[in-house]
Design a protein around this ligand. Sequence first.
Ligand SMILES: Nc1ncnc2c1ncn2[C@@H]1O[C@H](COP(=O)(O)OP(=O)(O)OP(=O)(O)O)[C@@H](O)[C@H]1O
Ligand SMILES: [Mg+2]
Length: 323
Amino acid sequence: MADTILKAINVKKDFVLSKSRKIEAVKGINLEVQAGEIFGFLGPNGAGKSTMISMLTTQSKPTSGEIFINNQQILENPARARKKIGVVAQHNNLDKGLTARENLTYHAKYFGLDDSTANQRADEYLEKFGLKDRQHDYVKSYSGGMAQRLKIARAIIHQPDILFLDEPTTGLDPAYRAILWEQILTLNKAGTTIFLTTHYMEEPEQLCDRIAIVDKGEIQAIGTTEELKELIPANNIISITFSNFSSDIAKQAKELPEVENIVVKENELLLYVRTAHPNFNPIMEWIKTLDTSLETISLSRSTLEDVFIHLTSKGGTENGRTE
Ligand SMILES: Nc1ncnc2c1ncn2[C@@H]1O[C@H](COP(=O)(O)OP(=O)(O)OP(=O)(O)O)[C@@H](O)[C@H]1O
Ligand SMILES: [Mg+2]
């Protein structure tokens, strides 16, 4: 069993705006992340993701609840916790009056690296993230994508045990997005745990070991992509086309095992099944008994995006409450 690297117990965050108005940004989240995992924390705008990350990384204090990194309460010794943590915040929190190189080396030295290691790592990451030629320019002169790449380099330069990435690929072009993922996977293989938010659903679907879907400050579901897909009723679709189609075929199809619903689209029969791994044998046996021949049969899966839409409210999710 892997060790738990991060644990949140009933973590809440209220923002008090005035005597009568309070925003419950995080409403009592419990979660555990295992060492070595790539953990996705997904939710719509305003769900509470960045607020949760700021508490997990000691940047803000929970209204209530407890957070442990490597079984140590982070607020008992925030400086100790920060050494284990790398953070790519959603907003640009670089020191804009310093050069890129200075941002990296100052950060590395703050975390205890000696001069030579700090410089060596700065060289490595400036090269990797395409910033070598601009390394001596002030960060205030950087484009959005360049600043994002520098934020990522800074977050990993002290080789943290757990790396928090709040929408890290936003603003990156496809080439740097690929470089970032390659870098994240390399770090993960070397043992770094990854805690990630993103709005690009294909990224967590491919990369995350487990995903939590959060909405309105609460976790709606947690599990592997496959486990989450099982939460959607009958969202795996077997599509069958026949040489000739009759209404009798549709009537019989309703009786097939595992089939929850059917839809007929011209010559195509769609069977909605609940399981992601349906048993095709009864379907194939049934088709043999029909007075028509099979042309095509295929299975399409629900995607993580379908799960996301199913589990989260659509449209505005600002969760301010007037009390
Ligand atoms: N410092 C703050 N003061 C008051 N309210 C805040 C503050 N920070 C966040 N909020 C509110 O808390 C809620 C959650 O915001 P948060 O930034 O955590 O959402 P998010 O899930 O990261 O959204 P996004 O996908 O847009 O980044 C929102 O209603 C937001 O307006
Ligand atoms: Mg956010």
